[in-house]
Write a protein that binds this ligand. Structure first.
Ligand SMILES: Nc1ncnc2c1ncn2[C@@H]1O[C@H](COP(=O)(O)OP(=O)(O)OP(=O)(O)O)[C@@H](O)[C@H]1O
Length: 636
């Protein structure tokens, strides 16, 4: 969290890291240029797509002591579900970061962009509303190296009020909407895969009234409101809401009733306004005409809109779960242990905190973002979200797979540090998860030990994606002890406006050191103090070891002058005093993770292949990781 001295403003459209060595180079400009020069990654400057080509190759998993998952051909498996996308806010940054009842505008970086996709509009569904069916053949858009994805979207009900598939056009370029500002290629996102909807079926986006036109467009500004004019929660009912889990319906605007009074007055509504590229009025007229036609085809890019989206229409009730105890409370939510009344499965319920500081108690964007991201990811090292359920007024819960521990809590209660083999096992899982995130253009940005969950099967999973776009925005922490900066990369602490996957790698370095030593490496209490602690251990950076350092906004501060790197003192190769020891190879990995220059910092891919994981002691198998009594059964 940017809580300190430096206002770290980050623009997705300037998300870049140009490595001199060509590794992990990510460069994206406002024009949507993009290049990534690693072997397995496509280099494109046409603003359309980027894929990891060798992900399609056959790969061979090799178990190293059944713990380290290394691959003979150096290629990890592709997970079935790549990143998906819910039809809600995705990348929002650089302007006002919240959505509220006051129609404060949020710049919607991107939600979905189906440019060039063709939609078929039908207005003769049985309920008298309009139904939009769309089929998007993405291979037509991308060429052959993207998997063909069909997206089917239905708008049904008494009318068509809202649907927005957004794309923020970048200035001066990329107006085909095929690329987001930070270089993400949104064609890969698959609305139909979101667990706001069913995994198996295409989502249906329900409209509430006839009085507003239905639209899809390439540019939108998004606000959220608490009344039909301004609001986040809309009273009233919808004939179209379903109450079953995994429903394929996503409600839009106004209709919130599911028959249960406990949440009949709730509906998260995203009212989508827009500034339309080109001739909006003409397009508006066109759309109105088209709404009256049957099976009229139109281009997404020609559609204007003002839209409201009720995303929770199809959610089940939280009362499907029996609450057992509180696990923990973070900045953005309280997490409970609960049991599925039907299946008996133990789950974690994360209750989303509403923005109490907003008079209307708005749905926090961080939570929208976290839900959206987590629903779109599928990896063994990323915590799984099963569904989103609704509780009483002002309460929404994420249902996650339950994990017995978080790394922070575990390290606090353990008497001894993890062994080197155990650290390797955990590091491998962490790196695999982070590779998956980075491959899918997700920067976690808040990796820390309390966001790493562990279960008693030896599995590590990354959680808490709420801050993944929050640097530089005016966060409103609910408790003072939030968003530790102990894991924050020096470029962020120094106010860099351009940053890359390297920020997560620094955090991983801090985590590795902490796992080895059983205590945090740099425990700063302010951003300046954090930098001071880093510099005292690693030496004060200079332009020589970190080209570009002197141009960073914070670099002019009067820091300690410490010419030496003293990290090895903390992690010696041998010790007679009980200090944590680390081999040459292990120290090399740690040093590469804690490299000042983000362009020189090791990537997750490279780290996974580091020799340290192949030297003895080899990584412990997950099956042989120690287990601990779950803390969570005790009410904290
Ligand atoms: N799936 C889960 N299973 C078990 N415990 C969990 C799970 N998810 C989260 N927790 C616990 O709840 C804590 C807070 O969760 P999380 O980090 O998602 O909330 P947050 O409000 O975003 O926190 P932060 O203050 O770090 O931003 C975690 O540190 C962990 O102890």
């Amino acid at each position: 969290m940017a809580t300190g001295k430096y206002h770290v403003s980050r623009r997705l459209d300037c998300y870049s890291s140009s490595r001199r060595d060509g590794r992990n180079t990510i460069r994206s400009t406002c024009r949507g240029e993009f290049s990534q020069s690693r072997g397995h990654e496509a280099k494109r400057n046409d603003g359309r797509k980027m894929v990891s080509k060798n992900r399609d190759k056959e790969h061979h998993l090799v178990e190293v002591q059944s713990g380290a998952r290394l691959y003979q051909d150096g290629v990890r498996p592709t997970f079935e579900k790549k990143r998906k996308l819910s039809p809600i806010l995705w990348d929002v940054e650089d302007t006002e970061m919240w959505i509220s009842s006051k129609n404060r505008v949020v710049s919607a970086g991107t939600i979905l962009s189906p440019p060039m996709a063709t939609f078929t509009l039908s207005s003769n569904d049985e309920s008298g509303g309009c139904v939009l069916n769309s089929s998007i053949s993405l291979d037509q858009v991308h060429g052959s190296d993207l998997p063909m994805t069909d997206q089917s979207i239905s708008l049904s009900g008494s009318g068509c009020k809202a649907l927005a598939l957004h794309q923020e056009p970048s200035e001066g370029g990329d107006q085909d909407g095929s690329m987001v500002e930070d270089g993400e290629f949104v064609h890969e996102r698959n609305i139909s895969m979101s667990r706001w909807a069913s995994d198996s079926d295409s989502p249906r986006l329900i409209c509430a009234s006839d009085d507003e036109e239905m639209t899809l467009e390439n540019r939108a500004l998004v606000t959220k409101r608490s009344s039909p004019e301004s609001g986040e929660f809309l009273p009233g009912g919808s004939d179209h809401r379903t109450s079953s889990a995994g429903s394929d319906e996503i409600g839009l605007a106004g209709g919130a009733s599911v028959g249960d009074s406990e949440y009949s007055d709730q509906a998260v509504v995203m009212d989508v306004d827009h500034t339309y590229l080109g001739n909006a009025d003409n397009n508006q007229d066109d759309t109105d005409d088209e709404n009256n036609r049957e099976h009229q085809e139109f281009e997404v890019s020609s559609l204007p809109a003002r839209r409201s989206i009720n995303m929770l229409d199809s959610c089940r009730s939280v009362f499907e779960y029996e609450r057992l105890n509180k696990i923990n409370e973070g900045t953005y939510g309280v997490v409970y242990r609960a049991r599925d009344r039907k299946t008996g499965e133990i789950v974690a319920l994360k209750k989303v905190k509403m923005n109490k500081q907003d008079s209307d108690g708005g749905f926090p964007l961080t939570s929208l973002r976290e839900i959206n991201i987590l629903l779109s990811l599928n990896h063994p090292s990323v915590v799984g979200v099963k569904e989103v359920v609704m509780g009483d007024v002002d309460s929404i819960f994420m249902v996650m797979e339950y994990m017995e521990h978080d790394l922070k809590g575990l390290m606090e209660t353990r008497k001894r540090p993890f062994s080197t083999s155990e650290v390797k096992c955990l590091m491998l899982q962490l790196l695999e998860g982070v590779i998956y995130l980075h491959d899918n253009w997700v920067l976690h940005r808040d990796l820390k030990t309390s966001n790493l969950l562990l279960n008693n099967k030896g599995e590590l999973k990354i959680c808490d994606f709420g801050l993944s776009r929050q640097y530089g925005s005016p966060l409103k922490p609910y408790t003072p002890l939030v968003v530790t900066m102990w894991y924050r990369a020096p470029e962020l602490l120094l106010g860099a406006k351009q940053y890359s996957t390297a920020i997560d790698m620094w955090s991983i370095g801090c985590i590795m050191a902490e796992m080895l030593a059983n205590e945090p490496l740099f425990k700063g209490n302010s951003e300046v103090n954090q930098l001071d602690k880093i510099f005292r251990t690693l030496g004060t950076p200079s332009e020589k070891i970190w080209p570009g350092f002197s141009e960073l906004p914070g670099s002019k501060a009067n820091f300690v002058k410490q010419p030496y790197n003293l990290l090895r003192k903390k992690f010696p190769a041998a010790s007679f005093t009980g200090t944590t020891v680390l081999s040459e190879s292990g120290f090399d990995l740690l040093t590469r993770l804690l490299t000042y220059d983000p362009e020189m910092r090791i990537t997750a891919d490279e780290a996974l292949e580091h020799d340290w994981f192949r030297e003895v002691p080899l990584p412990t198998s997950k099956d042989f990781m120690p287990t601990f009594p779950p803390m969570h059964t005790i009410v904290r």
